[in-house]
Write a protein that binds this ligand. Structure first.
Ligand SMILES: [Zn+2]
Length: 96
């Protein structure tokens, strides 16, 4: 039952706009909007490799870095970026 609830919560979080979430979490200059998608300076690898590497799809709500391989959904981003647990990420996504 707990697992089912987590799945429902995760699904709901993933419906949140990924680009909006990144704009809220990251420094403003690191996100460049390109129509429905965005290019983002990857926060998961050092800057000595080319920076504009995270591709964020507004449609799929998925992101992926060509350089370091980081990627996932909205939840993966919030948990990885802040080092949050599932519960903490949920609270952050809900605007707590
Ligand atoms: Zn990266």
């Amino acid at each position: 039952m707990g697992e089912y609830l987590d799945m429902v919560r995760r699904d709901r979080a993933n419906r949140k706009d990924l680009i909006g979430v990144m704009l809220r979490a990251l420094p403003p200059f690191s996100v460049v909007l390109t129509g429905a998608d965005a290019g983002v300076i990857c926060p998961f690898h050092s800057f000595d490799v080319p920076s504009w590497t995270v591709r964020v799809s507004g449609k799929s709500q998925l992101w992926e870095c060509d350089s370091c391989g980081a990627g996932g959904d909205t939840f993966d981003f919030v948990q990885s970026y802040f080092g949050f647990t599932f519960q903490e990420a949920m609270e952050w996504l809900n605007g707590a």
